[in-house]
Design a protein around this ligand. Structure first.
Ligand code: T1G
Ligand code: NAD
Length: 693
């Protein structure tokens, strides 16, 4: 037998044919892999000595799906459906041997096999929803036949990677075999199937569970209702539900046609194009051109956090979650206890939701040590400062850390806006200083802006980028400027949102437009959540802005039950006549005449200046690539992933349109506003940000 093609090998052992796929990094179902399987099945089928077939993969994982890099290119036969038919229609038993992650088309291939065995560390999932797709090779028709429609709805709309034991319990896997013995165990399993003359279990023919759900439309209507908020704006979940409905209500082949039609509609849609762009953009973000690939990361075995406030606590949890001991320093015992209590409460809440075992709560808490002595951080490998956003306070802390911390310790600041170079300048080791900008809540938000200072060393950056992945963060490398990437662009949006209040729009008008666009909330609801008094000083307050007046009236946001909005006991926001009057007073004092702003104008004046600021950030090399900016906004500010991020969105509306609108709004955008030369050039050349290399 031997090599069928460059990525497929066919061998026979004791009458069992082994089709072995080897197409790094994740054995994606490229054309060559598909061809390899189909041709191997033909050969194995024709060989009388072959009694059964095992499909297995080399490398770190079973097939992790269709080859996403082939999407949008002319498809080549054999299609995935042909591959699956060649397996399912085999006259000899076919066993899928799974390790790593059997995902998407990879799991669909396994569902086309008659039996599935896996090692306990394996996971299975249909994550196509994250690409705004649905499993288009029978996944929505075969999975419900095995696990039932309810579980299939959960699994496919969440795209979750389900552990092997749970998969076995659901009937998705026939047997778990010992770790490291997959190949031999799969062969033994195949021999057992032959010896016991077990049937060729075709999933397509397993109709009990779907028939049992027939005539129960409430399964789907209740699922839609229960997830309406979570699925808001996303197309794929509804398409998945409809496809599974077809699996319940129609014969297999008709259901497959519905699945195919729905799949193609999604594949041809804007949302999938955006989410596929984001898939690769997220992976691109970790690639730093001027960092040697093999630069080893420094070991981080002990972490110190300075400040146990809103951010310090959440940051500490990220490290305790992966077993790294953390020492947290505060100035007062009361602040320290409050900070540690918040961490325990967060863990206990997660445990109550069944997402953490009680013993793990204690294990993680035991990794946290509180102290009032900065000196206790002397042997830390990494120290992250999260004290007040005040340059003098931060410089004082860094000057002390410079004397206390061991040589080779990385010193990081979680500052939201301040100059990392200035902070580093108070130390004798600026090459060990950088910004690690987490987002609130720091134990939840996936984004980490890694801020490279002028003197930060390559090894410190490499260590930070790799550590981010270990703590489950998406790291984006950014340069030093006020507010880095995310907050700098946010300021451009906030400035316009505030300006439009003086033209006739109310906070709730502006928030509605951004909410309908897909943001989790608008700028004013967000300000109320964070607290209107961040950066506000009672002593110097002079009623010069709407925000100041609100704070002076003790309307400091959700925490005081009122801010831009009024809040009831359930913290539900309602437009406030108080705020409306304050705004109208400001307008009449300014002699401004209110006018009706269209939703289109509100949207463009909030988003286009952000895009323009993004272009300036690229000009100044504060960000490496436009897609990094998109990853910042999707993972740090709730930009809807199905719109690809502000720079991708700009390309989708057309840079020439963005420039034209910015020119049209001109003076309304403020005295200091100017259009980025890069944006103007690309627009004039009919190019996109994606064309920037
Ligand atoms: N196609 C092509 N390349 C892929 C790929 C795929 N499916 N999956 C991963 N890669 C590349 C990735 O770009 C990166 O490349 C490298 O592999 C390592 O990935 C009909 C239509 C498998 C859990 O959605 O979730 O099947 O950057 O950095 O963190 O129904 O990759 O090194 O050059 O993410 O260890 C459904 C997507 C496809 C799974 C591994 N499948 N992949 O995670 O490594 S749609 C998916 C993942 C489909 C059918 C439909 C993860 C992973 P590079 P990585 P990782
Ligand atoms: P916070 O006021 O909630 O907490 C700061 C803590 O630092 C307080 O508990 C204070 O007692 C402590 N502290 C002050 N000086 C100290 C010192 N010398 N030694 C030890 N502890 C000291 O503030 P926060 O919201 O956690 O913000 C902390 C930093 O993180 C700021 O730079 C902020 O800009 C940044 N940040 C905040 C957010 C956010 O949403 N809150 C998001 C990202 C970054």
């Amino acid at each position: 037998m031997g090599a069928i093609n460059a990525v497929t090998d066919l061998s026979v052992e004791d009458g069992i044919a082994l089709i072995t796929i080897n197409y790094p990094p994740v054995n994606a179902l490229s054309h060559a892999v598909r061809e390899g399987i189909v041709n191997s099945m033909k050969q194995a089928g024709a060989d009388a000595a072959v009694k059964a077939v095992v499909l297995i993969c080399e490398g770190r994982t079973f097939m992790a799906g269709a080859d996403i890099t082939e999407f949008g290119k002319p498809p080549k036969s054999p299609w995935l459906l042909e591959v699956i038919e060649s397996l399912e229609n085999s006259s000899k038993p076919v066993i899928a041997a799974i390790h790593g992650t059997a995902l998407g088309g990879g799991l669909e291939v396994a569902l086309g096999c008659h039996y599935r065995v896996a090692v306990p560390s394996a996971k299975c999932g249909l994550p196509e929803v994250h690409l705004c797709l649905l499993p288009g090779a029978g996944g929505t028709q075969r999975l419900p036949r095995i696990v039932g429609p309810e579980k299939a709805l959960e699994m496919i709309t969440s795209g979750a990677h389900v552990d092997a034991r749970t998969c076995q319990a659901m009937g998705l896997l026939d047997e778990l075999v010992p770790e490291g013995q997959l190949r031999a165990s799969a062969i033994e399993f195949a021999k057992k199937v032959v010896a016991e003359n077990r049937p060729l279990k075709k999933v397509r023919d397993m109709n009990d569970k779907v028939e049992a759900a027939r005539g129960k439309p409430e399964i789907f209507s209740e699922f839609r209702k229960a997830n309406a908020r979570k699925f808001r704006g996303f197309l794929a979940p509804e398409y998945i539900i409809r496809s599974i409905e077809a699996a319940v209500n129609l014969p297999f082949d008709e259901g497959m046609q519905i699945e195919r039609k729905l799949f193609q509609e999604l594949m041809d849609g804007e949302q999938s194009a955006a989410q596929r762009y984001v898939f690769f953009a997220e992976r691109q973000a970790s690639k730093i051109p001027d960092l040697p690939d093999n630069l080893p990361a420094l070991p981080i075995a002990k972490v110190g956090i300075v400040g146990a406030g809103t951010m310090g606590g959440g940051i500490a949890m990220n490290f305790a979650n992966i077993g790294i001991p953390v020492t947290i320093v505060e100035t007062r015992q009361e602040a320290l206890e409050r900070g540690l209590a918040v961490i325990r409460k967060n863990y206990e809440t997660t445990a109550k939701r069944g997402k953490l075992k009680t013993e793990d709560v204690e294990k993680r808490m035991s990794l946290l040590t509180g102290t009032l002595e900065l000196e206790k951080l002397a042997d830390c490998d990494l120290i992250i400062e999260a004290v007040f956003e005040n340059m003098a306070v931060k410089k004082e802390v860094f000057a002390k850390l410079d004397k206390i911390a061991k040589q080779g310790a990385i010193l990081a600041s979680n500052t939201s806006y301040l100059d990392i170079n200035e902070i580093a300048s108070v130390t004798q080791r600026p090459e060990w200083v950088l910004g690690l900008h987490f987002f609130s809540p720091a134990n939840v938000m996936r984004l980490l802006e890694v801020v490279r200072g002028a003197k930060t060393s390559a090894q410190v950056i490499a260590t930070a980028m790799q550590l981010a992945k270990k703590i489950g963060k998406v790291a984006v490398l950014v340069g030093v400027c006020y507010g880095f990437v995310g907050n700098r662009m946010l300021a451009a949006r906030q400035e316009q949102a505030t300006a439009m209040l003086m033209e006739g729009a109310m906070p709730w008008d502006i928030d509605k437009v951004l909410y309908d666009f897909g943001m989790p909330m608008g700028p004013f609801a967000m300000a109320d959540l964070a607290g209107l008094d961040i950066g506000w000083n009672k002593e110097t307050s002079s009623s010069s802005t709407v925000r100041e007046v609100l704070c002076e009236m003790d309307r400091r946001g959700q925490k005081t039950g009122a801010g831009f909005y009024d809040y009831d006991e359930q913290r539900t926001a309602r437009p406030s006549p108080v705020t409306e009057k304050i705004i109208k007073d400001f307008m009449s004092k300014a002699g401004a005449t209110p006018r009706q702003l269209s939703e289109q104008e509100i949207l463009e004046r909030c988003i286009y200046p952000m895009i323009n600021e993004g272009a300036k950030i690229l000009e100044e090399k504060i960000a490496l690539r436009p897609s990094d900016i998109d990853i910042v906004w999707i993972n740090g500010y709730g930009w809807p992933v199905y719109r690809g991020g502000p720079m991708f969105y700009a390309d989708s509306v057309g840079l020439a349109n963005v420039v034209a609108k910015l020119k049209e709004y001109g003076p309304k955008l403020g005295a200091g506003f100017s259009i980025s030369p890069l944006l103007e050039r690309l627009a004039a050349e009919g190019k996109r940000f994606q064309d920037l290399k």
